[in-house]
Write a protein that binds this ligand. Structure first.
Ligand code: NOJ
Length: 762
């Protein structure tokens, strides 16, 4: 360490101790705040701005690539303290090398913070987040996030850009796969669980990473489901539907937030003072840091709000965005903006302070290299223990959509089973989009899982039958769907004809969903329908295994297939988990976190909609809210999912028919397992506030319990509903319950419910 640097650090420690001594008299008494303030005092304006600057590495990109000269320039900037963070630098060795550049060369040696999109696993890939939400088991998401953190942190990552907590109602949007679906209550539970999983109890532990709740806000409401498009939603939707999962993430201690690409009401989210200053940092008193999305500061120009990068930087920093990801607007212009008096240096101090706070919390000032640990990297990554959790998570994420004549589970012996579809042999697609550092083609394919299934002695034959795309799968290019090659059909038909049952993998491959993968038509692409019908003509005993990242439109398959198993993109253990369910080693227990439309034109479709003034055709005429060419209800509603047994629900009993604001009502049902196997059911409770100052959804999920009931037995399931559960953002902009009548529903999904009612009184 140079002499000058050691003088500075000694001075820093001296100042720090002086501040700690004075702490009792200081308004800031958190030792980290004191350290941050001390360090800020040592920093030049340029160095503070450096902390707000984030670049990507050369070796992986998730946005438009930086120009070559910028790449060269950025190495020099790291050395001079002009870079606070890097994204996409991965691996213990690489992160250590990059860290050295900053720590050993810059004047103050402030460490970089390394960010990465660890969305559903680092190298041990878990089910995509939408799938995992189908488990209705937040504790599972917490566990998988904690394993992802363990692996990523060993590889030198300090900070994940997850969880994505955007509510999404429109399956045309490719990023539906990244969130927890359409419901703010379920979404909030998963948001909090994931934050806690990533961060653990101690951010400074080298096994945890800082979380980032994204994309703030309303990115899931982009018009027509087209990625990066505009958002124009009401304050009612913003507060009652979009913000609750963000609030839950903030309350769970999320160390950071990320802005969204979209405008909302004409104002880019990245510079949106209402969102960032009034709500997040104001009302919620959030003291973490906010990072922009990839060049979303620069995109303020494209949105037509700032004419140049300087103005964009000004608007974003005033708006409340602390760090500029790959935009180069802050590093190039903030100094000048302060010098000319356009912005106050206090804004820079606040933003830099938030970044430094996260670095202190992560323990980077104690040892900037402690995360990058090649030994630990070898030990924890892809450990048997991690893979076991990945298999458990995958099994619990599967949703049984149909099971006619109890075709599932399949017997373990005596069957000839024809397995077909390119997706059945695909070892890559189950990894899904946003695959972090997964090894390509490293998932257990469906056919491998079936062949390897425990004690299974059937005659298993595989033929590809149908190809999904022409050419290579690609993360960065548009896919060409196969619409002409039927060369595998004949062999598949011959095999199907002589088999007892066909297991057909259909759906989407890994790069059909995710960022930039919006679609106008969510029917199965290419020749898949035709292939299904050709096989159906020779053997109607078909089990469809549906792999996809978003709800898809099933068309005739929904009527014709004997069984449909929604398996999403399940991660590395996909094939094993699906086989566990197919052969009954594990009974499916997943429930849909999103509605499955009948036709694409129903999008956006969601269960918790408002009533409309003309909800039904009571008078038998055409003037009611409906379509004339398709039903208005989904094919499979939110919360839907079957298992290998059946449940019967008793009527609801309430312990009171009226509660006041300091009481709660106890809601009880008996759930009977009427089948021959033990089964797990997610018992769901919804409410409807009949009359309120603003119209309330026809149903809102408020509680659920996952219970396992032996065959023939009943279980009493009880919920307590408090006035807090009935609260919403009302006409007076207050989060409160309003007295009046409420319906309460309990059931197996959002459609099939028992109903009762009670009153809330003043
Ligand atoms: C753009 C995406 O919108 C965001 O979710 C991601 O974290 C960043 N790129 C960084 O990769």
């Amino acid at each position: 360490m140079s002499t000058i640097k050691s003088i500075i650090i000694t001075l820093f420690l001296f100042l720090f101790m002086a501040e700690v001594n004075a702490m009792n008299n200081s308004p800031k008494s958190d030792p980290i705040d004191v350290k941050v303030d001390s360090l800020l005092k040592l920093m030049t304006l340029k160095e503070k701005i450096g902390q707000l600057n984030q670049y990507t590495s050369q070796w992986e990109m998730t946005g438009p690539a930086p120009a070559a000269e910028d790449m060269q320039n950025q190495l020099e900037q790291i050395k001079t303290g002009l870079v606070g963070s890097m994204l996409n630098v991965t691996g213990a060795e690489a992160t250590k090398e990059a860290q050295k550049l900053a720590v050993e060369n810059s004047r103050l040696g402030i460490p970089l913070v390394f960010g990465y999109d660890v969305i559903h696993g680092y190298r041990t890939l878990f089910p995509i987040p939408l799938a995992e939400a189908a488990s209705w088991e937040p504790a599972l998401a917490k566990k998988s996030a904690s394993i992802a953190a363990k692996e990523a942190s060993a590889a030198g990552i300090h900070w994940t850009f997850a969880p994505m907590v955007d509510i999404s109602r429109d399956a045309r949007w490719g990023r539906v796969m990244e969130g927890a679906g359409e419901d703010p209550y379920l979404g909030s539970l998963f948001a909090a669980a994931r934050v806690k999983g990533f961060q653990g109890d101690d951010l400074s532990s080298t096994s945890t990473v800082a979380a980032c709740a994204k994309h703030f806000a309303a990115y899931g409401f982009i018009e027509a489901g087209r990625d990066y498009n505009s958002v124009d939603i009401s304050n009612n939707t913003l507060h009652n539907t979009v913000l609750p999962p963000f609030k839950a993430a903030a309350d769970a201690g999320a160390a950071s937030f990320m802005n969204a690409f979209n405008v909302i009401g004409g104002i880019p989210a990245t510079m949106n003072t209402y969102l960032l200053r009034d709500i997040l940092k104001g009302e919620w008193e959030y003291d973490g840091m906010v990072v922009s999305d990839w060049n979303s500061v620069g995109e303020i120009i494209k949105h037509g709000v700032a004419p140049n990068k300087k103005e964009a930087a000004k608007l974003a920093i005033i708006g409340g965005c602390d760090m500029d990801m790959e935009g180069r607007c802050y590093v190039d212009h903030l100094e000048e903006l302060v010098a000319e008096g356009t912005i106050d240096e206090a804004l820079i101090n606040d933003a830099a302070g938030r970044v430094l706070k996260m670095k202190f919390e992560l323990g980077l000032f104690d040892d900037p290299y402690q995360y990058s640990n090649t030994e630990r990297e070898k030990e924890v990554i892809l450990s048997a223990e991690n893979l076991a959790v990945a298999r458990d998570a995958a099994r619990k994420s599967i949703v049984l959509l149909k099971n006619e004549q109890e075709v599932l589970p399949l017997a373990k012996s005596g069957l000839s089973i024809a397995v077909m579809g390119e997706l059945a042999e695909d070892k890559d697609s189950p990894i899904g989009s946003w695959r972090a550092s997964a090894i390509p083609n490293s998932a257990v394919s469906l056919i491998e899982g079936i062949k390897g299934n425990n004690e299974q002695k059937n005659d298993i034959q595989f033929t590809q039958g149908i190809r999904l795309i022409d050419g290579e799968k690609s993360f960065v290019k548009e896919l060409n769907f196969n619409t002409t090659d039927r060369s595998g059909f004949e062999e598949a038909k011959v095999l199907a004809q002589k088999s007892d049952v066909v297991v057909m993998a259909l759906g989407e491959n890994c790069f059909q969903t995710g960022e930039g993968r919006s679609q106008t038509d969510i029917r199965l692409k290419g020749l898949q329908m035709e292939f299904f019908n050709e096989i159906y003509a020779v053997n109607p005993n078909i089990v469809v295994v549906l792999m996809n990242g978003r709800p898809v439109v099933l068309g005739e398959i929904a009527e014709k297939a004997k069984a449909i198993l929604e398996v999403w993109h399940l991660g590395l253990e996909s094939g094993n988990a699906i086989a566990d369910v197919l052969f009954g080693d594990f009974a499916p227990s997943g429930k849909l976190p999103v509605s499955f439309p009948v036709v694409t034109g129903q999008a956006p479709i969601y269960y918790n909609h408002l009533s409309t003034g003309r909800p039904d055709n009571g008078e038998g005429n055409v003037f009611w809210s409906h379509y004339t060419d398709a039903p208005k209800v989904p094919l499979y509603p939110f919360g839907y999912g079957l298992t290998y047994t059946n449940f019967e629900y008793s009527d609801i009993s309430l312990d009171k028919d009226q509660i006041s604001f300091d009481e709660f009502v106890k809601v009880t049902v008996q759930v009977k397992n009427t089948g021959k196997r033990e089964g797990t059911e997610v018992v769901q409770l919804y409410i409807h506030d009949l009359f309120a100052s603003v119209a309330r959804p026809v149903k809102e999920l408020k509680a659920f319990k996952k219970v396992t009931i032996p065959a023939g037995e009943s279980k009493e399931v009880t919920f307590s509903l408090t006035p807090q559960d009935l609260a919403f953002y009302n006409i007076d902009k207050k989060w409160t319950a309003e007295p009046g009548d409420f319906k309460v529903f309990v059931g197996t999904n959002s459609r099939d419910v028992k109903e009762s009612h009670f009153k809330l009184v003043d």
